[in-house]
Design a protein around this ligand. Sequence first.
Ligand code: BG6
Length: 491
Amino acid sequence: MKQESCTIVIFGATGNLSRSKLIPALFHLEAAGRLAPGLRIVGTGRRDWDDARYREQALASIRDDRRASDEASLHERFLARLSYVRVDLNRKQDFTALADYLERNRLLAGGIVFYLAISPSFYAGAARNLARNGLSREDSGGWRRLVVEKPFGRDLESARELDRSLHEDFREKQIFRIDHYLGKETVQNIFVFRFANIMLEPLWNRNYIDHVQITHSERQGIGSRGGYFDRVGALRDMVQSHLLQVLTMVAMESPPDLGAESIRDEKVKVLKSVRPLTEDAVDDMTFRAQYAAGESDGQRLPAYIEEPEVPADSNTETFAALRLYIDNWRWQGVPFYLRTGKRLAENSSLVSIAFKKPPAQLFKQTGIDINRPNSLILSIQPLECIRLELQVRENGLEMKARSTHLDASSCALSASGIDAYDSLLLDVMEGDRSLFLRSDEVEQAWKIVDPILQAWAADSDEIPLYRAASWGPKEADRLFHRRGIRWRNTL
Ligand code: BG6
């Protein structure tokens, strides 16, 4: 497919997101032939760098990326697209200098993506300064798109304020709120798997589904991100954004078409149907904890409060679990369990859909256990996989069953080699907003977590702890709506 030429201006070009995700993703698109010949990448940052220094950094990012091709001519072609303009986000005149640079290089006539890979406290100011220099206007012929990374605010009120401020300078159609989880292969596959197969639809509801679990667990601790994470916590960092987005993909109705607004309308409906948590319900339906020290492979793992930039008396949760209900015809009464944690036993992101037990006691006198109901596992990472677990008869003289599974995909480590940022950056360039969040979607997600944030903030009890490298606190089991349910940790 022929790509339209445009310019990508990255704010925060020397930062971590840019180095570890954006540059490798753009390079990957280069290797796939998806960058138009005239496409330019302008990195901006506070550091006093020149083009050569910026290219050096980009080359280092590419070399660190295990997916990247080491073909020198490809490196050369990609690096030639890069230039650097110094922009201190606090200095209005630097934005004017950026506008001059874009004009001098005749880049204003084409489309421009402004990617805010910066601290959220600078979002509103950066958008304002772009607008003041005419860089939000589309009247010169080229489009202007603003990509905003999460978190969009830290609660409902601040999210609304940020939105109001962005809308003073950019129209909704120009704002791309990125949630990289939506770019992941299996998350996109949920949509296709559900709506391109008729056999699932009759089962996909409260009559056949017992409960749904959505898990994102990480082995890593907070490491160098303590300064950011301690102000945010796991609920805002993962649940308000990524996990609620996955929930919408699992629970939404089929949209009338593939248009961005149609898809987002359906997602918003799901979020609006999530039963609001009252203050009393918070204790019953949520659980938070923080990792204590632990051990892995004979090595001591530090407690959260021992991590750099984390205060010794921090009450911030590194683990959060919730039970939610979606009050609509399809899902009434089906619990959705959402769970995330840092420093858990394994890296694993998956959706586990547990079906109900078959009704008959047909096999009562046999070795066949109907207490192992079917599950459908949508594994997001590390393995990408859709797996249906079933019971079949074991060959032999006895009446026995064994569990088996059908895999609807290769169940491999990123079989396509595509990272979420590759496809999302391409979508921005193509103006496809289906996998980006609309402002009402963000607002609804905050409405769900706001009561929890408030109740947790008002709770002066010491936060429960769990051992690093474990599967989290046992007490989180109290969220289950009945006995006999277990967390599904891995594929
Ligand atoms: C980010 C969170 O948005 O998503 C991180 O801020 C988290 O804390 C990350 O580790 C998880 O995404 P991925 O793609 O790295 O598994």
